[in-house]
Write a protein of this length. Structure first.
Length: 279
């Protein structure tokens, strides 16, 4: 009988062989076209947990007293990508788009919740966080900007400012895993063998986000990030379609809120790619 150590070594070798597609995708920069106003400004930074990032030097949560979470956009989703998510649960382009829309609504709520929670943790309860109304009525007889908006100040004010931050997020790539494939491998009596499915059927999300000073319309931060589920010996979220992507949405929302409330020069740690938790 083979020892557990021998089986573990075999599993690690199999993971290294079969996860080639996932590794290659992880090493590639996500697409920056569309949604991002000036992709040429984006660059890699070890201080933030995002693949590509840019921010104006004057960005500070002290400038704002209101945060508005816009509806998460799925306009940049290529609906033909549904083929890469095809499974017993996603059998058509229409069912794929429905699940993408549901995920975007979940992400919007997670963003609002995480911004509120981070505000409380930083003792900034005075900052109001709200989601954008589902529909906005524009009265064309009223000037949207009756006065010339003032630019962002280049310093942190002593008191909190009266500005509104608009948070816009786009899902530009959504790949769902296959719960039946994972469950089938999970049933094999070898620890961690189900993770082999990650090599040829990895769930993933590509996020694009920007912070906008609503008063002036100035984009003060932009980022692009691709995320994969953490590697786990047992991942209960992968037994249900979309649950692992909701986990990614929550982690992104948490990091985006931390970015807004961080102190100048503060680094935000990137999440470990491996977890011992089964959810």
């Amino acid at each position: 009988m083979r020892s557990p150590r021998f089986l573990l070594i075999i599993i690690l070798h199999l993971l290294a062989v079969f996860s080639g597609c996932t590794v290659r995708a992880a090493l590639q920069d996500p697409d920056t076209s569309s949604f991002i106003s000036k992709p040429e400004r984006l660059e890699r930074s070890s201080d933030v947990p995002f693949d590509l990032f840019w921010s104006a030097p004057e960005i500070s949560s002290l400038l704002f007293d209101t945060v508005v979470i816009d509806q998460v956009s799925i306009d940049n989703i290529d609906s033909s990508d549904w083929f890469y998510s095809a499974s017993a649960f996603i059998r058509s382009e229409e069912s794929y788009i429905e699940r993408v829309f549901d995920l975007s609504a979940y992400l919007e709520s997670s963003l609002a919740e995480n911004f509120k929670n981070e505000g409380k943790a930083q003792q900034r309860q005075s900052i109001q966080v709200r989601k954008q109304a589902p529909q906005v009525y524009y009265n064309m007889s009223v000037e949207l900007f009756p006065e010339t908006p003032s630019p962002l100040p280049l310093f942190d004010p002593i008191e909190e400012g009266g500005r509104t931050l608009l948070v816009k997020v786009s899902l530009s790539e959504v790949i769902f895993g296959d719960p039946l494939l994972y469950a089938g491998l999970f049933a094999v009596p070898v620890p961690g063998i189900a993770n082999i499915s990650t090599g040829f059927r990895a769930s993933s999300l590509v996020f694009k986000a920007k912070f906008i000073d609503q008063e002036s319309g100035t984009v003060i931060a932009e980022l692009v990030d691709r995320r994969f589920p953490q590697l786990k010996l047992v991942d209960l979220n992968r037994l249900f379609v979309g649950f692992d992507l909701k986990e990614l949405a929550d982690s992104f929302a948490e990091d985006l809120a931390a970015l807004f409330f961080r102190s100048r020069g503060e680094a935000i740690r990137r999440r470990s790619p491996v977890s011992l938790l089964p959810w």
